[in-house]
Design a protein around this ligand. Structure first.
Ligand code: GLC
Length: 739
C-alpha cells in the first residue's frame, strides 16, 4: 500500500507556507489555531430507540466566525454539503481564503464499521488493519473529512479503563506495528475520492496509564516508563508518516500532557525532530485550570501554546487570549508563527488550497460495497479469539444439533458496532442469530433473549431454561453493550453486566453443552463463566459483519485465528496484570526469602499472579507443536542480529494459522527488566500435518532499553529467549550479547 507521509519538510510546501504566513495578521494567525465543532450531539430522549442513529444540532455563529477567518478547523461534520458550506465561508469569505481542515473521529471505520481496535489488534495482521484504515479513509474523505483523529495508540494495561477498547492492548511491540499500519492505511495514496487524509495518532501521551483505570486520571509514571512503553508507538506512527498528533487529557507525573514541555517540545521537536501539528484534545487546554496548573483560561492558553500545543480544540483559549498574551510579551510572536506554520504545512500537504471542496454527488451515491463488507467480515473473523473448546465441541455441523440461542446481545445490531461508531448505522449490521440462520437454511435456531438490553437487570430464567432443556447445544451470548466501553466509560467491576451471570448459572444447570459467545469492549473478569463454558469465543464488538463471523466460526466455515493482545484478569484485584511485568526481588516462582516460617514472595494469598488468559493466547481448530529451536550464534555482537529458527507442525486434522511469537528477557541490566518482551511474531498458515521452519532475525538494537540517563542503550550480557504460541509458553534458549 503506497501512502503519503507528512512527517518531513517539503521545500515547496515550506516556501508556500512562508509566503502566506508573511501576509497574515495576528488575528488571522490565531484563527488558524482555533478548532471548533459546529455540530453538537443531541442526547436521545428517554425511551428512544437505542439503535436510532445519533442526532446533531448546529452550533450558532460558527459559519460567520469561519468567514471572518477566526476558525482554522472544524470537526465531526460528516456531510459533504455542510462541509462545503463551511469551506466556502473560509475560502470565499475570509480575506486570505485559507481552507479549513476538517477532522473526524473515524476510529474503526466510517460507514463500514470494523471491529473495535482492541479486537482488530487480536488479528496480529498488520496488512488487514491497514486495509481497514484505508477503507475508512476512503469513506470519510467522501464526505469531506481530511483529518482522521486516529489511530488511538495508547498502550493500555488496565481493563477498567473504557478506552482500552480503542487501542491495540498492552504490548509496545505489537502496538507499534498496529500504529504504523493504521497510519499507512489512513494516508493511503490511492483513495478513490482523489483527496488525501492525514492520520492523527493519539493521545499524546501515556493516557492509557490512567491511575485506577479511571478515565482522565493521573498517569504517575517514571520518565523511563514513559519513554520505553508509551512513547514508542508514537515514534512508530510518526516514522510511518503521520504529520499530526493529539495531546492527551491526563497529567504525566504532575505535568498535564496538554501543557508538557518535556513531551511536546523536548521529545517531539528536539529529540525526534518531528515537524508535525499538535492539536489538543477536547478542551484539554482549558482543563489545565481544573488540573490546577493554570489560574485561568489566559494562563492555560499561555501554557498550552508555549509548551507545544499548536491548535486548541474547542476551549477558545487561544482565540480569546492569544492576542493579549502576545501584546503583553508573555507569548512570543515567533511561537504563534511556528504553530501556524504547522497548521498551514498540513493544509498545503493535503492539497486543500487546490481542492478545498468535496464532491457532493459522491456522497449522494454512496453505498456500502461488497468489497468493504467482505473486508468487514474478514476483519471480524480474524479479530475473534477462541479461549476454550472442550472436547472439540466446535466447529459444529450445521443441522446436526438442535441449537438454541440465548442472550439479547445475539439480536443487537447497535452493540455489534462498538464504541466510537458515530458514523456507522446499526441497520447495516448482521446479528448473530441472522448469521446462524444463514447457515441453517433459515430453519432455526430458536432464540430467547434471556435478559433485557441495556443493563441486563431484567432476566427471564424460566424461558431460557425451558429453551435450553429441549436443545442439544446452547449458544449463550453475553457481555457488554457498546455503551459500557469507550471514553469516560470505566468500570470498577468487570464481570458480566447486570444479572447475566444468574442467567448463565440457570442455563448451565441444565447440563447442556454451552457455547459462550462474549461480546465486549474490554477484557472481562469471567472465571466462573470460563468454568461453565464448554466452548468460549470472544467476539468483542466486531462491526457490521460480526454476526456472520460468529456463525462462520461456530460452523467452521472459517477457523479462529485471533490471539489476545491484552491479558484477561482472574479478578479486578490483579489489575494491572500484564505479561511484561518485572521480576521483583522475591518473584512468585522463586525461593523468596524465609524471614519467618514461610517463604515471602510477590504473590497473593487468594489468587495466582497469572491472568485467566495470557497475552498472545488463542485456540484454533487444530493444534501446533514446536520443536527444534535453534539459535544460529549463541554470542552476538552489538551490531548483529539474533537469528533463531523453530519447526512448527500442524498436528491436527484441519488447516490452521499459528501466530508464532518470539520473546526475550534481558537477565541483568542497569535497570530492572521485564520477565518477557515480545520482539517478533509471524503468522503461519499450515495444512494438516504440515511442518514449517519459522525463522526470525532480531537486530540486537531491538534489545535496547531506556537507562537511568533516559537514553536508549543495549547492554552486553546474557539473555533468555522463547518462541511459542503465547506469552506463557514456548521453547526456551539462551544467548549472549557481547560488548
Ligand atoms: C474526545 C476524545 C478524542 C477525540 C476528540 C474529538 O474527547 O478524547 O479521542 O478525538 O474528543 O472528538
Amino acid at each position: 500500500m503506497h501512502s503519503h507521509a507528512y512527517n518531513t519538510l517539503d521545500p515547496v510546501v515550506e516556501a508556500r507556507v512562508a509566503e502566506l504566513l508573511g501576509r497574515m495578521t495576528l488575528d488571522e494567525k490565531i484563527g488558524q489555531l482555533n478548532q471548533v465543532s459546529p455540530m453538537m450531539y443531541v442526547p436521545p430522549a428517554p425511551g428512544a430507540d437505542r439503535e436510532a442513529p445519533p442526532t446533531f444540532a448546529p452550533v450558532p455563529g460558527v459559519e460567520e466566525q469561519v468567514a471572518a477567518g477566526a476558525i482554522g478547523s472544524i470537526f465531526n461534520v460528516a456531510d459533504a454539503a455542510v462541509v462545503n458550506r463551511f469551506q466556502r465561508a473560509a475560502v470565499t469569505g475570509a480575506r486570505l481564503g485559507i481552507p479549513l481542515i476538517v477532522g473526524g473521529d473515524v476510529i474503526h471505520g466510517f460507514r463500514t464499521t470494523f471491529p473495535i481496535p482492541l479486537a482488530l489488534s487480536c488479528s496480529w495482521n498488520a496488512e488487514l488493519v491497514a486495509q481497514t484504515a484505508r477503507v475508512a479513509a476512503e469513506e470519510a474523505s467522501a464526505v469531506g473529512i481530511d483529518w482522521i483523529f486516529a489511530p488511538m495508540i495508547d498502550i493500555a494495561r488496565d481493563p477498567r479503563w473504557g478506552r482500552i477498547a480503542e487501542g491495540a492492548g498492552e504490548d509496545v511491540c505489537l502496538g507499534s506495528v498496529m500504529a504504523a499500519a493504521q497510519v499507512r492505511g489512513f494516508q493511503a495514496a490511492d483513495l478513490g475520492t482523489g483527496r488525501r487524509v492525514a492520520a492523527c495518532p493519539k493521545h499524546f501521551v501515556a493516557y492509557g496509564a490512567a491511575e485506577a483505570g479511571r478515565d482522565y486520571s493521573a498517569a504517575d509514571i517514571s520518565e523511563v516508563t514513559l519513554r520505553e512503553i508509551y512513547l514508542p508507538p508514537f515514534k512508530a506512527a510518526f516514522d510511518a508518516g503521520a504529520g499530526s498528533t493529539m495531546s492527551a487529557f491526563n497529567d504525566i507525573g504532575g505535568v498535564p500532557a496538554s501543557g508538557n514541555r518535556l513531551t511536546l517540545t523536548q521529545v517531539l521537536r528536539e529529540e525526534w525532530g518531528w515537524p508535525g501539528l499538535v492539536v489538543s484534545d477536547y478542551e484539554s487546554v482549558r482543563e489545565l485550570i481544573p488540573h490546577g496548573v493554570a489560574e485561568d483560561l489566559k494562563d492555560a492558553a499561555r501554557q498550552g501554546l508555549t509548551t507545544g500545543v499548536d491548535m486548541d480544540m474547542v476551549s477558545r483559549a487561544y482565540s480569546t487570549h492569544l492576542r493579549a498574551l502576545v501584546e503583553e510579551g508573555r507569548v512570543a510572536p515567533a511561537a504563534v508563527d511556528e504553530a501556524v506554520r504547522r497548521v498551514l504545512r498540513l493544509k498545503f500537504a493535503l492539497g486543500l488550497f487546490e481542492n478545498p471542496y468535496v464532491d457532493e454527488d459522491r456522497q449522494a451515491a454512496f453505498q456500502l460495497t461488497e468489497t468493504s463488507l467482505a473486508l468487514a467480515l474478514q476483519a471480524a473473523r480474524e479479530s475473534m479469539v477462541l479461549l476454550k473448546n472442550d472436547g472439540g465441541l466446535l466447529p459444529l455441523t450445521p443441522g446436526a444439533q438442535r441449537l438454541v440461542v440465548i442472550g439479547a446481545l445475539a439480536e443487537s445490531r447497535l452493540d455489534a458496532l462498538g464504541c466510537w461508531a458515530f458514523f456507522g448505522r446499526a441497520e447495516d449490521a448482521v446479528t448473530i442469530t441472522e448469521g446462524l440462520r444463514a447457515h441453517l437454511d433459515g430453519a432455526g435456531p430458536s432464540f430467547v433473549p434471556g435478559y433485557a438490553l441495556p443493563g441486563s437487570t431484567t432476566i427471564d430464567l424460566d424461558a431460557a431454561v425451558a429453551a435450553a432443556s429441549v436443545a442439544d447445544v446452547v449458544v449463550l451470548v453475553v457481555g457488554e453493550t457498546q455503551d459500557l466501553s469507550g471514553e469516560a466509560h470505566s468500570r470498577a467491576f468487570l464481570g458480566l453486566p447486570g444479572r447475566q451471570q444468574e442467567l448463565v448459572d440457570a442455563v448451565a444447570a441444565t447440563g447442556k453443552p454451552l457455547i459462550v459467545v462474549v461480546m465486549t469492549g474490554r477484557p472481562l473478569v469471567i472465571p466462573r463463566l470460563e468454568q461453565q463454558a464448554t466452548a468460549l469465543l470472544v467476539a468483542w464488538h466486531s462491526g457490521l459483519r460480526a454476526g456472520q463471523a460468529v456463525a462462520d466460526l461456530l460452523f467452521g466455515v472459517a477457523s479462529p485465528v485471533g490471539r489476545l493482545t491484552a491479558s484477561w484478569p482472574r479478578a479486578e484485584g490483579q489489575i494491572p496484570v500484564y505479561y511484561a511485568h518485572k521480576s521483583t526481588g522475591r518473584p512468585a516462582g522463586g525461593d523468596g526469602t524465609t524471614q519467618f516460617v514461610e517463604h515471602f514472595r510477590s504473590t497473593y494469598l487468594d489468587l495466582p499472579n497469572t491472568p485467566l488468559f495470557p497475552f498472545g493466547y488463542g485456540l484454533t481448530y487444530t493444534a501446533f507443536d514446536y520443536t527444534d529451536l535453534k539459535i544460529a550464534a549463541e554470542v552476538v555482537g552489538p551490531d548483529g542480529a539474533v537469528s533463531v529458527s523453530v519447526r512448527v507442525t500442524n498436528t491436527g486434522a484441519r488447516a490452521g494459522l499459528e501466530v508464532v511469537q518470539l520473546y526475550v528477557r534481558d537477565l541483568v541490566g542497569s535497570l530492572t527488566r521485564p520477565v518477557r518482551e515480545l520482539k517478533a511474531f509471524a503468522r503461519v498458515e499450515l495444512a494438516a500435518g504440515e511442518t514449517r521452519v519459522v525463522s526470525f532475525a532480531v537486530p540486537v538494537s531491538d534489545l535496547a532499553f531506556v537507562g537511568v540517563d533516559q537514553k536508549w542503550r543495549v547492554e552486553p550480557g546474557a539473555f533468555r529467549l522463547w518462541v511459542g504460541p503465547d506469552a506463557a509458553h514456548g521453547l526456551e534458549a539462551g544467548f549472549v550479547v557481547r560488548s
